[in-house]
Design a protein around this ligand. Sequence first.
Ligand code: HEC
Length: 161
Amino acid sequence: MESPEKFRKSASEVFKLMYVVFFVFLVIAGLLVYLMVDPSLSAFKNNNSDNTYISISKQEESDFDKIENGIHVRTGFIEAEGLMQVVNNCTSCHSAKLVTQNRMSKEQWSATIRWMQETQNLWDLGQNEEAILSYLATNYAPKKGGRRQNLSDVEWYDLEE
Ligand code: HEC
């Protein structure tokens, strides 16, 4: 029979061993779980093509609705309140140019929208309609002073018969 002293010593020896085994087991289990999730270890590979793809798409995203000199580059619309509602609702069937080349009063814009709704399957603009109308009427209003100035200082001459 061992002495209590010796027994305690070997018991603590056994415990130490159990700790070590336990941690080794934990590490192996962790690795196994990781392998199940990512069998090709792709997280550790420097996948260049993936990175390029991400950076390009981020770049495109930031360029997509770029504003330059007060103009929404993608469509040519003037930057102002209601821009994105107009971009989202008015450029899917025809070019934005069809909109920007026109100048109308609010009533005329409204009538154009009604006409498209009645004949061209334009959807109900709902809550966006007011924002769209006021954007259009403000930024694409009929130009004032469109006629040339009256002539002045004209040297008239008589037609000879
Ligand atoms: C569902 C499709 C559709 C949507 C969305 C749409 N339109 Fe149109 N729009 C048309 C069609 C079709 C025409 C006729 C095109 C043609 O004549 O070539 C047109 C013509 C126009 C014209 C020219 C009208 C004319 O008398 O020549 C203007 C201006 C216009 N749309 C403005 C808008 C605005 C502003 C919006 C956003 C509220 C919008 N469109 C959204 C289909 C649409």
